[in-house]
Design a protein around this ligand. Structure first.
Ligand code: CA
Length: 233
């Protein structure tokens, strides 16, 4: 399940988008102004923002630029909406840091498809797609993990951690990155908490003989690998 902030000052359009997103299983927060949107983002980083260009006061375009200049929101997936259809506007929207751009009036099916595409590219852990790495299969919709015929049991935190690692395999994640992406960036937890959950995750994977997939990369963090027998330096 993913969290999406919809920034749109026209209530009818905002509601239409919200209904469709909720129907697709997303958690939606609405904001009608740039200031309200900023407050939502300050409180909790969502998985994606649908951002209208024309807002009362500060424009969506200026807001997108502002987010791209802040390290905390630099990677935030943004889909920009606009009533303008000129090529130059599309270019400024993408230049300001939007990941995609949609001209009004748009079909909600198209918006849903674009949202999935952007999430798949930038935050695949926010989607309910089944992930499979090295015979290990994780289904977010049914919350089941299996290895061949064997079902593996684990707690909700280990599940989220594994989901994040499986959707970003072979990459090294520091403890603070894992805290931000798995626990949420406004949660104050000590970094060693990550080690505790990694240990539990390896224990949960052991019955499927997959504990080796979670590698410790000394001085850097953790990595999920699909190749057995490759030890980290
Ligand atoms: Ca508007």
């Amino acid at each position: 399940m993913s969290t999406i902030v919809v920034v749109e000052d026209e209530p009818a359009i905002a509601e239409l988008i919200a209904i469709n997103l909720r129907h697709a299983g997303h958690e939606v927060t609405l904001a009608a102004t740039a200031e309200q949107a900023q407050r939502e983002i300050d409180a909790m980083l969502p998985d994606l923002v649908v951002l209208d260009w024309m807002l009362p006061g500060q424009s969506g375009l200026a807001l997108a630029r502002q987010w791209r200049n802040d390290p905390r929101t630099r990677e935030l997936p943004i889909i920009m909406l606009t009533a303008r259809s000129e090529e130059a506007d599309k270019v400024s929207g993408l230049d300001a840091g939007a990941d995609d751009y949609l001209t009004k009036p748009f079909s909600t099916n198209e918006l849903m498809a674009r949202i999935r595409a952007v999430l798949r590219r930038k935050a695949p852990e926010a989607l309910d797609d089944v992930v499979e790495v090295a015979g290990l299969r994780l289904d977010p919709a049914t919350r089941r993990i299996s290895c061949g015929e064997r079902e593996l049991k684990m707690g909700p935190t280990e599940f989220r951690l594994l989901h994040f690692l499986m959707t970003h395999p072979e990459r090294v994640h520091s403890r603070s990155q894992l805290l931000d992406r798995v626990w949420g960036d406004h949660v104050f937890i000590e970094e060693r908490t990550v080690d505790v959950h990694v240990k539990r995750l390896r224990e949960a994977l052991a019955p499927g003989e997959r504990a080796w997939m979670i590698e410790t990369v000394r001085g850097a963090g953790y990595r999920l690998t699909h190749q057995a027998g490759v030890t980290a330096a």
